[in-house]
Design a protein around this ligand. Structure first.
Ligand SMILES: [Mg+2]
Length: 196
């Protein structure tokens, strides 16, 4: 069974707090990962949105270029890539295509189709790609996607520990993601055998 896997990048393939060091230096703050309890960085830093956007405009590329890779992400992505279609779906702007591709290349990740949406709304893209499972870290995205009927694996982060709805499974690392996908396939095979 070949699945269409839609996979978010930031906080899902990358670590969730890699922007923190540069942000702390720039804003002269000392925020720790455990204090990042909301998704929007300007709210974490308690600064106006405009101040954050100015910072992001200056340092965004550098920040993304330095992103850390989650443990086991590389190994599992290669395993998934052997059997399934991989689509990387990110809210990053199109202008970040080069830095994003460069990061994938340097980290030796499977190539997969890259979609830079410039928006957090991912439902239409998921529909277009016939998504079977969406792997994501942003709570609001997970809810939107699950409400639209998609299976979502929500990568656990300090900022997404909110009540889940049917269709969303909280996962803690890439090994668990692999296991849940294998179980999903086993479950689907069982269902189709029963129908037959
Ligand atoms: Mg993300």
């Amino acid at each position: 069974m070949k699945l269409n896997l839609c996979i978010d990048i930031d906080g899902t393939i990358t670590g969730a707090y890699y922007w923190l060091d540069i942000a702390n230096r720039y804003f002269k703050t000392n925020i720790k990962p455990s204090e990042v309890k909301v998704y929007d960085i300007h709210e974490v830093l308690k600064i106006p949105r405009e101040a954050y956007l100015k910072f992001y405009e200056m340092y965004g590329e550098e920040i993304h270029a330095q992103a850390d890779l989650r443990q086991n992400a590389k190994e599992i992505l290669w395993k998934l890539n052997q059997k399934h279609n991989i689509y990387y779906i990110t809210a990053r702007e199109k202008t970040l295509e080069e830095v994003t591709k460069g990061w994938f290349h340097r980290n030796e990740l499977p190539q997969g189709e890259l979609h830079l949406l410039g928006s957090h709304y991912k439902v239409n893209q998921a529909k277009e790609l016939g998504c079977d499972i969406f792997i994501e870290d942003r709570y609001e995205n997970a809810i939107q996607l699950a409400l639209a009927g998609f299976e979502v694996l929500l990568m656990d982060c300090n900022y997404n520990r909110l009540p889940l709805i049917p269709g969303i499974t909280r996962v803690y690392d890439w090994k668990e993601i692999h296991k849940v996908i294998e179980e999903y396939i086993a479950g689907s095979n069982e269902k189709s055998t029963k129908i037959a």
